[in-house]
Design a protein around this ligand. Structure first.
Ligand code: C5P
Length: 232
């Protein structure tokens, strides 16, 4: 049997409403390039990754220009115009679209376009940690802040015990067959691990990095640029 390969699958079909920009978040300029370009370049340059797939919305008007501006990505990145109404739908559509090119035991590394701070080292650490894992897993960060649950008046209703809590990041790495089954059965999950957990499995938590945070709100843009310019 051939060893399992590793593929990147980037859902990039969201609109990024919380950022309030005129163009979709994944195409916002960040340190001189569209946010998505940083992610594509990182995966395309990673020797462990056999190929990169990016899922965009069927009426995406930006990706063709981005790809045309990056000849080094050609041959390494395939664009799938199969985005759905939710992140879960976009990922599942992407998995189905690549089914003929991928074995069911191959690993899929699903990564948010909105996490441009990912590095090749983090990809390598995730892959090494999960090499012999039966389930798969994800990058995540142990929660260090004390957590409060607030009520509708922004008053503390409860302090939440933080021991054992992790904040999930991406990539989330699962085998193609398992992940397709999990996302098909799950009702509404916000990450791949959540769908796999519903099958009664326990994804492995692999320590990520603060620089791999998700750009969501306007003030995140400056922080992401600091990481990308390696000032911190
Ligand atoms: O909106 P949020 O930051 O949670 O999105 C996470 C990732 O999922 C982004 O890369 C976004 O483009 C993607 N997404 C998608 N299809 C959707 C919604 C979000 O591919 N319908």
């Amino acid at each position: 049997m051939n060893p399992s390969r590793h593929f990147a699958l980037i859902p990039a079909a969201g609109v990024g409403a919380r950022l309030g920009a005129a163009i979709p978040k994944q195409y916002m300029p960040l340190a001189g390039q569209p946010m998505l370009m940083h992610v594509l370049r990182t995966f395309a340059a990673a020797s462990e990754i056999s190929h990169v797939f990016v899922v965009v919305s069927p009426d995406d008007g930006y990706i063709a220009d981005l790809m045309a501006a990056a000849p080094h990505l050609q041959g390494r990145v395939t664009v799938l115009y199969h985005g759905g109404a939710s992140r879960q739908a976009s990922v599942l559509n992407g998995l189905q679209a690549v089914k003929a090119q991928v074995d069911e035991d191959d690993w899929m590394l699903v990564h948010d376009a909105a996490r441009p701070g990912l590095t090749q080292d983090l990809i390598a650490q995730l892959i090494a940690a999960l090499k012999d894992d039966r389930v798969g897993g994800l990058l995540a960060l142990p929660v260090v802040d004390t957590l409060k649950r607030g009520d509708q008046n922004a008053r503390v209703a409860q302090t939440v015990e933080r021991s054992g809590l992790w904040a999930a990041q991406t990539p989330q790495m699962f085998r193609h067959g398992l992940l397709t089954r999990a996302l098909t059965l799950a009702e509404a999950v916000t990450d791949e691990a959540g769908a796999v957990e519903l099958l009664g499995l326990q994804p492995r938590l692999v320590e990520g990095s603060p620089r791999n945070f998700k750009v969501t709100l306007p003030h995140d843009v400056a922080l992401a640029e600091m990481f990308l310019k390696e000032q911190v």
